[in-house]
Design a binder for this molecule. Structure first.
Ligand SMILES: [Zn+2]
Length: 308
């Protein structure tokens, strides 16, 4: 059985964002049920050992809120978290690693370009490589994450290039992992080896290509980039000058948006993740929420559990 817990559904900054007074952040401050932490999921094939996809700056709060991720009873130092798989090097995907110091053994799986970013920032050396292994991923080559004692996890993970871009803080700078080629943004196919059940994780995706559609067709579950409802919504709301596209995110709506592109692909369950606090689909009573749900998409609450 493949178990997934949505630890956080929001994009960078979370909902509410610390310095934001937009209508959605204000609504979330007055109703805690509308609050969301930054995007990450936990998954497990055996219910005892868990892997995180990305380590958000909210990881400590997320672990506290998720009993499956607590130390086992009676253990003085223990974590069920066996590894973290990184899909990009953005702050909202990697900063939580800093909260996972304290010499607990786990593995970090990432593309060499993202591992190079960690290596180039000495603050990540707090994760002593003696305890925290760095494991480079190869695109289009599946691997089985290991448990801390080296035994197999029962999971098979296939990393693949997703249309996207390097972390924004590297814009105009030399990339520690070199500029050429893919790897800055990856998608994942995660399968339970025992049952063959699987899902896709694509929390950052700039474009839905025909090749990507073919990959996702027929999947039991897809987590997909839900950063913005429309490409220019941050500009329209007066929240900034960035478009979704300039940040490497396809919009939910519109003729080439995620909902239109993934319609008719026979995907059983479609869940938006990495939802920015500017996105009106976050509001439970908005027309945008209704449109997304009518198109078969879920806007999850933090803590949502899915069993495949
Ligand atoms: Zn806001």
């Amino acid at each position: 059985m493949l178990r997934v817990v949505v630890l956080g559904a929001a994009a960078g900054g979370g909902v509410p964002q610390w310095n934001c007074g937009c209508a959605i952040c204000r609504a979330a401050r007055s109703d805690s049920r509308q609050q969301r932490t930054q995007a990450s999921i936990a998954l497990s094939a055996d219910g005892a050992h868990w892997f995180l996809i990305n380590a958000s700056p909210d990881v400590r709060q997320q672990i506290t809120a998720t009993p499956q991720l607590h130390p086992k009873p009676g253990a003085l130092r223990h974590s069920p978290i066996a590894g973290v798989i990184l899909t990009n090097g953005e702050i909202d995907a990697v900063a939580g690693l800093l909260s996972m110091r304290e010499s607990s053994p786990f593995s970090i799986y990432a593309h060499p370009k993202v591992l190079a970013i960690l290596k180039a920032n000495s603050i990540f050396d707090v994760l002593n490589e003696k305890y925290v292994r760095r494991v480079p991923l190869t695109l289009e080559t599946s691997f089985e994450p290991a448990l801390p004692d080296g035994s197999p996890s029962g999971l098979e993970v296939l990393p693949f290039a997703a249309p996207g871009k390097a972390a924004w803080y590297l814009e105009g700078r030399d990339h520690p992992g070199g500029l050429a080629g893919a790897g800055d943004t990856i998608g994942l196919r995660v399968e339970d080896k025992a049952t063959g059940r699987y899902f896709y994780f694509l929390a950052a995706c700039a474009e839905v290509t025909e090749q990507l559609k073919a990959r996702l067709a027929g999947a039991p579950l897809v987590f997909f980039d839900g950063t913005v409802w429309r490409d220019d919504e941050m500009i329209l709301a007066g929240l900034g000058n960035k478009t979704g596209q300039s940040m490497g995110h396809v919009a939910m709506s519109g003729a080439s948006g995620a909902m239109a592109a993934l319609a008719g692909l026979d995907i059983d369950r479609k869940v938006f993740l990495h939802i920015n606090n500017s996105n009106p689909a976050l509001l439970p009573t908005s027309a945008e929420r209704r449109t997304a749900e009518q198109a078969g998409w879920q806007i999850p609450m933090d803590g949502t559990e899915i069993v495949l």
